[in-house]
Design a protein around this ligand. Structure first.
Ligand code: GRF
Length: 207
C-alpha cells in the first residue's frame, strides 16, 4: 500500500481472530480508511490476525513476550518496530496485553482501542457476557483513545445495539461484532484525516 502525500501511517496490534483487522483492511482497500496500514504486530504466534495481514500483503510480525524479562522491555521492542515502519498512530484490535505507561506516552493520544460495551459500562474482559447477564436492554461497542486507565479515555464513536428478548449470548456477540466492524474503520478514518479534537474527556468531531 503506497504512501500518498499527507496520508498517515498506522499499525494494528492484535492477539486473536482478527475480525476487526479484516474489516479495517477491507476499508483501507476500498478507500474508506484514508491511511496507510504499514504493519500488523501480534504477541501471539498463531493469531489469525497475522494470517489476515499476510493475505492482504501487509507485513505481519510476531513478537514473543517470553523473549523479554518484563512488559516494558517487550513494549520497547514493539515501539522500535513501529518506529521502523514510521507509524504515526496505533490501532488496538483485540490486543490482549496492557500497554506500559512508556508505550502510552510514546504515542500520547495516538492509540485507538475498541471495546465491546458502551463504556463506561462493563469494562473488562467479558463485556458482552456481563452486559447480557446484567439484563441491560441496550449495549454496543465503543471506540476510544487509550489512556493509562484500562477501558477508559476519550470516546470517539459508540453504536447502540439492542438486546431483544429472543437474543442469546451468541446472537448478541454477532450483532456487536458487526457493529464493531462498521464503526472502527469510521473512527480510524476520522482520526487519520485530523477530524478529531480532544478536549479533556470529550472528542469533538468536525465534518
Ligand atoms: C472485539 O470484540 C473487541 O471489541 C475486543 O476484542 C475483540 C477482538 O475481536 N477488544 P477480533 O480479534 O477483532 O475479531
Amino acid at each position: 500500500m503506497s504512501k500518498e502525500q499527507g496520508i498517515l501511517n498506522f499499525a494494528v496490534l492484535a492477539s486473536g481472530r482478527g475480525g476487526n483487522l479484516l474489516a479495517i483492511i477491507k476499508a483501507v482497500k476500498a478507500g474508506k480508511v484514508r491511511a496507510d496500514l504499514k504493519i500488523v504486530i501480534s504477541d501471539k504466534k498463531d493469531a489469525f490476525a497475522l494470517e489476515h495481514a499476510r493475505q492482504a500483503g501487509v507485513p505481519a510480525v510476531h513478537i514473543n513476550p517470553k523473549d523479554f524479562p518484563d512488559r516494558e522491555s517487550f513494549d520497547r521492542a514493539v515501539i522500535d518496530r513501529l518506529h521502523e515502519s514510521q507509524v504515526d498512530f496505533v490501532v488496538l484490535a483485540g490486543y490482549m496485553r496492557l500497554l506500559s505507561v512508556h508505550f502510552i506516552q510514546q504515542f500520547h493520544n495516538r492509540i485507538l482501542n475498541i471495546h465491546p460495551s458502551l463504556l463506561p459500562s462493563f469494562k473488562g474482559m467479558h463485556a458482552i457476557r456481563d452486559a447480557f447477564d446484567h439484563g441491560v436492554k441496550v449495549t454496543g461497542p465503543t471506540v476510544h483513545i487509550v489512556v493509562e486507565a484500562m477501558d477508559d479515555g476519550p470516546i470517539i464513536i459508540q453504536e447502540p445495539v439492542r438486546i431483544e428478548p429472543d437474543d442469546t449470548l451468541e446472537s448478541l456477540e454477532e450483532k456487536i461484532h458487526h457493529a464493531e466492524h462498521r464503526i472502527y474503520p469510521q473512527a480510524i478514518d476520522l482520526f487519520a484525516r485530523g477530524k478529531l479534537k480532544i478536549e479533556g474527556r470529550r472528542v469533538i468531531i468536525s465534518a
